[in-house]
Design a protein around this ligand. Structure first.
Ligand SMILES: CC/C=C\C/C=C\C/C=C\C/C=C\C/C=C\C/C=C\CCC(=O)SCCNC(=O)CCNC(=O)[C@H](O)C(C)(C)COP(=O)(O)OP(=O)(O)OC[C@H]1O[C@@H](n2cnc3c(N)ncnc32)[C@H](O)[C@@H]1OP(=O)(O)O
Ligand code: TJR
Length: 374
């Protein structure tokens, strides 16, 4: 193990990274709160400011992926489509199988200049996660309860608001609705069988209603669906804890651009179209597993310096006061103050540990474990 790897695996480094993320993130959440009056005066300006503030948070996770762990993200796509990425609005349909899929997604957003404005249809539970969940309120992220009776109205309303969004955005949809586990796969294939649909080997059966309602509400606003299939080389099972301890992974993403006009309008036709798309995605995954690559050429999308610079700036800003505080704490010699500070640090590390837990498949929800909505 080299010196760099040894340093990265030290607990102290991980504690400092967590501190920088939490302290700067909460500060940015506060700044986002301060933009509330701007919403009434100039909505477009408020949205643009929040895109920049959101970037300051989400690009820290990109910095940790691209620069700290050195994870390589490779893009397979048609080079003719490449100039369009980031220069138009897109709906990204992605498989949901890996704990760090959202970080790889963010990394690609950064490479195409849409990280600050990136959107997602996300489960309501994540809205309460400090820093990221709170940031999402100001970025007009679409929350769902995964209960169609309630979501059909609220999701449509949130999507309608994006029609006059002032920046190009990608809207991410994990149509499987939950992360892949062997049990959820077995149950969803029972549903597929009942519906007379072909079985999928590498995906859960997609939930079609969210896709249909997204297409319906964003038609005319979004130019294309970016069908995206992600996998990792050498059967890697990447985790956020691995990334934090500097472990390098190799992500491969296959993207096909599908013009929105080619997607049927009716609900049943749109659902059938999505099922067919997932059958194709399943074929791409099988090909990847057999050959180690996706169809089509690799397009170079180098990691960018922006996330690293942003991360270093925020680190300097919040680590300097921490250092000054620690010096004054030790020189004060007050046992009570030192104990209180230790208790606070312990609480903060528990919070961060809980946040990491949100990304772990072992703590995945029970959604999809039964043949119904719950
Ligand atoms: C160039 C580079 C390109 C790309 C780069 C890649 C990405 C970058 C882009 C953006 C990044 C942005 C942000 C990323 C950051 C963070 C995101 C992190 C994670 C959050 C993700 C989540 O929270 S996923 C969970 C939430 N999302 C969803 O659930 C979406 C999918 N779900 C739906 O669409 C649902 O329909 C719904 C949520 C709208 C409603 O849910 P409900 O449960 O009520 O579903 P349904 O009504 O659909 O369910 C009933 C139907 O399902 C059938 N059924 C029943 N049991 C099962 C079962 N076990 N499995 C499958 N199907 C089942 C049932 O028969 C019903 O069928 P119908 O035919 O009647 O529909
Ligand atoms: C500089 C340091 C940066 C550190 C990176 C910081 C990240 C820390 C904490 C992240 C908090 C959570 C944010 C997004 C989590 C995305 C997790 C996810 O993928 O959600 C799962 C849902 O889709 C489906 O849920 P299940 O039904 O599978 O249950």
């Amino acid at each position: 193990m080299g010196l760099g790897e040894c340093l990265k695996s030290q607990v102290l480094c991980q504690v400092l990274i967590s501190y920088v993320f939490l302290a700067s993130g909460l500060l940015i959440n506060l700044l986002q709160l301060c933009t509330l009056p701007v919403w009434w005066l100039n909505k477009s300006l408020a949205r643009r400011i929040n895109c920049r503030l959101g970037y300051c948070i989400s690009s820290q996770s990109v910095a940790i992926l691209d620069w700290w762990s050195g994870t390589e993200c490779t893009l397979y796509t048609d080079p003719k489509m490449y100039p369009l990425y980031g220069n138009e609005n897109g709906i990204v349909v992605l498989n949901h199988q890996f704990e760090i899929d959202f970080m790889c997604g963010w990394s690609f957003c950064d490479r195409f200049g849409v990280l600050g404005s990136a959107k997602v249809l996300v489960k309501k539970e994540l809205a309460y996660v400090p820093v990221i969940g709170w940031m999402w309120y100001f970025l007009e992220i679409v929350f769902c309860k995964r209960k169609w009776e309630e979501d059909r109205i609220t999701v449509s309303q949130s999507l309608q608001k994006l029609r006059d969004y002032p920046e190009n955005f990608w809207f991410l949809l994990f149509c499987e609705g939950t992360r892949f586990t062997a049990k959820k796969h077995q149950i969803s294939m029972e549903v597929a069988e009942k519906k007379g649909l072909p079985k999928l080997k590498h995906h859960l059966l997609p939930r079609t209603k969210g896709f249909w309602v997204t297409i319906q509400n964003l038609r005319g606003t979004v130019a294309a669906v970016y069908d995206s299939t992600l996998n990792f080389r050498n059967n890697e099972s990447p985790s956020l804890s691995g990334i934090l301890s500097g472990k390098k992974y190799h992500a491969d993403l296959y993207v096909r651009r599908i013009p929105l006009e080619s997607i049927p309008e009716g609900e049943a036709e749109c659902a059938a179209w999505l099922h067919k798309l997932y059958q194709e995605k399943d074929g791409f995954q099988e090909q990847y597993i057999q050959t180690g690559r996706y169809p089509g050429p690799i397009v170079s999308t180098p990691r960018r310096l922006g996330p690293l610079i942003n991360w270093l700036c925020w680190s300097a800003l919040v680590l300097f006061p921490l250092g000054a505080f620690l010096v004054s704490l030790l020189s004060s010699g007050s046992t009570l103050t030192i104990l209180a500070s230790l208790a606070f640090c312990y609480g903060a590390s528990l919070l961060f540990r809980w946040m990491i837990g949100q990304t772990e498949i072992s703590t995945s929800s029970g959604y999809g474990n039964k043949v119904n909505n719950s």
